[in-house]
Design a protein around this ligand. Structure first.
Ligand code: TPP
Ligand code: MG
Length: 652
């Protein structure tokens, strides 16, 4: 992230917080102008010639110039003068139920298109409601434009209505903040904010005192200022090519930067992998960074990922990381395997130079490349082709591929075993299914072009092993901000952006309580989306911690649910309860088909209380208290069964 000073260099205002920073922006000189507002006006023409327009017109026209066709939010008087222009500007305003979800929708929209997603709301409470959604977008590297009208300059500081300091709140969760301090600069500063969103790959705040939507000026409308990406530095690319040429067992780790690259990243990774005969693992929650039907696909690395990926990486003598910061959560040991090959050569490509060698520190021989993942992969490949002699990995390919294929088939067999390990619970409880079996059925029925979002929770975490994609921009997991309530609105935003692709959200029953209000939006705004709600009657992921480390003392983790299918129907959507495994695939297929008729479906899958691995084995410990009154909570060993004591048929 940019430092606070450089980050908020566009802030110009009189408040104490803002006064710390001086504007470095020059005022646009007033030159030749055209006061006529009439017939010769086009948005393009206004990039070269000034026109007299209101500040709201300047704001809306700059959005038009930056390709905005959709905004997500809740109506508010603060920006109503501009909102009034949206229909004529060709900008859809998707009216939602909660501003957090508007931000998640903008995030989903951005993640499936690569375009900037936009959210806007009322000053004060509407804006503070954005916070969680913007923090999530920050850690998902989503270009989300967070437009925050604020209390008017004429009452600022008087503690009037709906007033709070809106810039400090978003400072740590945005890539840049732009404050409009002068209505005549509305177009210029709106353009600055939109450019920053794309340039920085993350959320940007555009803060506009509400009175500044009024007023008028002669202004131009800025066109997008697109920064061309590059492959990275010559020397580091050459050094990387040399290391890779000599590697006997190179393995590629394909990350979010490959998905987000505007230069066909997955194709570039495929070409490099095929040249080297190198297995390709995907980084945590970026399962769409390599096609699962490719013979070099190793699956996802990290929490609830594939052992194939872990074994492949563990064997590597050179790890080629494309488009990833190597987040710590995605490289922690899993299934008891501490797979990271500390001695292997590491080549890391990331467009953000500050992330190179940051989590996995570089050894002297390692290489960091500040570049676009796709362009860097292609540049490395072309250098490899120029080096005399074949790459060392080519001569080892037969034995490596034999070992790799065995990892793959062993893992598939192991997944099948995991799916029946706790079958007894489903047998003991009529109408309840094993979660892993449900996930397998969903995986089999998922349409190839589906966009799938997943929430934070145990069922969703386990789904990581069952989500395979053939093309990028298909998997929208709640990334490392890790908030429950992400998936459904993110899927809705994706659906708005790509109406011809099925949009499916996986959500736990606890998290569903945070999102289900948006079913109203789906119906009202015709955003046909499918929610698969894992009804296991618990905040399972947190309960797993109480199972493992807190002696099965359950505090605040058990749920009593209504019929979510019935709730959905009462909101005007389709609602289906699935309690038998042979119905799962059909339910999903039917719901995806129904999207073509504009219908939203909530599929409530009734599962046992079985739980998969915990989120934070790295951060938890068995409690040992000092005070006598709490001695009863001491624990000296983890649960032996690893399953909740209220799992049907379980005995502790
Ligand atoms: C906004 C938010 N609040 C709390 C948490 C802590 N948390 C993480 S997972 C989880 C449980 C999720 O339960 P559910 O949605 O039912 O899914 P399950 O784990 O049962 O599959 C909670 C409460 C969180 N991640 N985000
Ligand atoms: Mg649950």
């Amino acid at each position: 992230m940019l430092s606070i000073l450089s980050k908020i260099k566009c802030v110009t205002s009189n408040t104490t917080a803002q006064a710390r920073v001086l504007s470095t922006l020059k005022k646009t000189p007033v030159s030749e102008s055209n006061a006529a507002t009439g017939s010769d006006y086009t948005t393009e023409a206004a990039s070269e010639k000034k026109y007299l327009m209101t500040n709201s017109e300047a704001f809306v026209e700059t959005m038009v110039a930056h390709g905005v066709d959709t905004t997500f939010g809740i109506v508010g008087s603060a920006f109503m003068d501009s909102l009034d222009l949206f229909p004529d500007a060709g900008i859809r305003f998707v009216s939602v139920q909660h501003e957090q979800n508007a931000a998640h929708m903008a995030d989903g929209y951005a993640r499936v298109t690569g375009k900037t997603g936009v959210c806007i709301a009322q000053n004060g409470p509407g804006i503070t409601n954005f916070v969680t959604g913007i923090a999530a977008a920050y850690w998902a590297h989503s270009p989300v434009m967070c437009i925050t009208p604020q209390a008017g300059t004429n009452t600022e500081g008087l503690g009037g209505f709906q007033e709070t300091e809106q810039l400090p709140i978003f400072q740590p969760i945005t890539k840049a903040q732009v404050h409009v301090s002068n209505g005549a600069r509305m177009a210029e500063l709106t353009g600055v904010a939109f450019d920053a969103c794309q340039r920085e790959n993350g959320p940007v705040q555009l803060n506009i005192p509400r009175d500044l939507f009024y007023g008028e000026s002669e202004t131009t409308i800025p066109s997008p200022n697109v920064v061309e990406r590059s492959a990275g530095g010559e020397q580091s690319l050459a050094k990387a090519a040399k290391l890779i040429h000599n590697a006997k067992n190179p393995v590629i780790l394909s990350g979010g930067g490959v998905v987000m690259s505007h230069y066909d990243g997955v194709e570039a990774v495929k070409e490099l992998a095929e040249y080297l005969h190198a297995p390709v693992a995907t980084t945590y929650l970026h399962n769409d960074a390599f096609p699962s039907d490719h013979n070099l696909w190793a699956g996802p690395l990290g929490y609830c990922g594939h052992k194939t990926a872990m074994h492949a990486i563990a064997d590597a003598d050179c790890v080629i990381v494309l488009g990833s910061r190597l987040g710590p959560f995605g490289t922690n040991p899993q299934y008891g395997i501490d797979y990271w090959p500390e001695n292997a050569h590491l080549i890391q490509v990331d467009c953000d130079a500050t992330k190179l060698g940051r989590v996995k520190a570089f050894k002297k021989s390692d290489v960091g490349i500040a570049g676009d993942a796709s362009l860097a992969a292609r540049a490395i490949l072309s250098r490899l082709r120029d080096i005399d002699g074949e790459a060392a990995s080519v001569s080892t390919k037969d034995e490596r591929m034999a070992a790799f294929n065995k990892y793959r088939s062993d893992w598939e067999a192991e997944m099948d075993e995991m799916a029946v390990a706790n079958q007894f619970a489903a047998d003991a409880e009529e109408g309840r299914m094993v979660p892993r079996q449900v996930l397998r059925e969903l995986e089999k029925a998922m349409p190839d072009d589906a966009m799938v979002s997943t929430d934070i929770g145990n069922s969703c975490s386990v789904s990581n092993g069952y989500l395979r994609f053939k093309k990028p921009r298909s998997y929208l997991a709640a990334m490392t901000f890790g908030n429950c309530g992400y998936a459904f609105p993110a899927a809705m935003g994706a659906k708005v952006a790509c109406p011809d692709r099925p949009a499916v959200a996986y959500v736990g029953d606890g998290a569903w309580g945070m999102s289900l209000n948006e079913v109203l939006t789906c119906v009202r705004e015709t955003i046909p989306t499918t929610a698969v709600v894992f009804n296991n009657r618990q905040w399972g992921a947190e309960k797993k911690n109480q199972v493992l480390w807190f002696g099965d003392r359950y505090v605040g983790v058990n749920l009593e649910n209504p019929s979510f299918a019935e709730v959905a129907r009462s909101m005007g959507a389709e609602g289906v309860t699935v309690d038998s495994i042979d119905q799962v695939g059909d339910a999903l297929r039917t719901a995806c088909e129904a999207q073509k008729e504009g219908k939203t479906t909530v599929i409530e899958v009734m599962t046992t209380r079985e739980l998969g691995d915990p989120f934070r084995r790295d951060a938890m410990r068995l409690p040992q208290r000092h005070l006598k009154k709490y001695q009863g909570t001491n624990e000296d060993k983890e649960s032996v069964t690893e399953q909740p004591i209220d799992l049907a048929g379980a005995s502790k």
